[in-house]
Design a protein around this ligand. Structure first.
Ligand code: OAD
Length: 257
């Protein structure tokens, strides 16, 4: 794929880049996406039975079994060239904010730092019953479990712990929301990568960026709700397109030294 000249120029001149990633970025690592027909998680499982506070209250053991399966799946895969290219991009541009809807931690494992985890982290735990504040490092977080159900218990109150992700019907934590909104508002180049751009408020970040005059670029295998409004679309796999894009920027940087 040849990187369009206009995109090369936008990248070379960008002062602040904001990247929003979605499940498609981890697809080439072997992590299922959500909405793709047949293979997407929400094509096989009901979010209403597994990813709402009501579902957890109804059957916490079922919800935990599903999240443990996802934890095991993610623990067994590796970051792909797309994740690694984004970590390298941060070293090539003056400033980069990486906002991810993914809960798999693969950006961090690829070397990205300061990642804004919009929907939380699969490996985190939160107190479901009393919202207790505790450090993940405090023993015995997640080790003490109810003997009958295997549900991990809060180190503070002894109530049930839940996975540290944002579920349907729950707000994004206010600090995360602010960091992401600020990054989108401050950037001059915004990338939406591997996301169906259907889930709000994450889908609104591209709008915030565009309203402030940023150039919006989409990288996706398919067209999405955002495609018609993006200044440039690169259609294909992020694990192939991102390394090319970043190599192209690195080459141009060397030439201009
Ligand atoms: P989706 O499953 O909705 O969309 C995945 C997108 O990735 C689709 O547009 C695919 O075309 C694209 N895609 C697949 N493979 C790709 C590849 N190799 N390279 C580039 N693009 C590819 O996933 P998200 O948009 O991330 O929320 O979903 C958003 C949120 O909905 C998730 O964070 C999750 C889910 O419910 C929560 O769990 C709170």
């Amino acid at each position: 794929m040849a990187v369009p000249a206009a995109l090369q120029a936008a990248l070379a001149n960008a002062r602040q880049v904001c990247v929003l990633t979605g499940a498609g970025v981890s697809a080439e690592s072997g992590v299922p996406t959500f909405r793709e027909a047949g293979t997407g998680l929400w094509a096989q499982y009901s979010p209403h039975e597994l990813a709402t506070p009501e579902a957890f209250a109804r059957d916490p053991a079922l919800v935990w079994r599903w999240y443990r399966w996802r934890r095991d799946l993610v623990a067994g895969v590796e970051p792909n060239p797309g994740h690694r290219a984004l970590a390298r991009l941060a070293e090539l541009v003056p400033s980069l904010a990486l906002v991810t809807q993914n809960v798999d931690g693969l950006h961090q494992r690829a070397g990205s730092s300061g990642v804004i985890e919009y929907h939380g982290n699969l490996f985190g735990n939160r107190c479901f019953e009393n919202g207790c504040d505790f450090s993940e490092a405090d023993p015995p977080t997640g080790t003490a479990a109810d003997p009958a159900s295997g549900i991990p218990l809060c180190p503070r109150c002894g109530g049930m712990l839940r996975p540290g992700v944002v579920w349907f019907g729950e707000p994004i934590p206010s600090r995360t929301l602010r960091l992401a909104d600020d990054a989108a508002a401050a950037c001059d180049l915004f990338f939406s990568i591997g996301t169906s751009a259907l889930v709000w408020p994450a889908a609104g970040l591209a709008e915030i960026a565009a309203r402030r005059g940023a150039t919006v670029i989409e990288i996706n295998r398919e067209t999405t709700d955002l495609s018609g409004r993006a200044a440039c679309r690169l259609q294909g796999k992020s694990g192939e397109i991102l390394p090319e894009l970043v190599n192209c920027l690195a080459r141009n940087r060397q030439h201009s030294l």
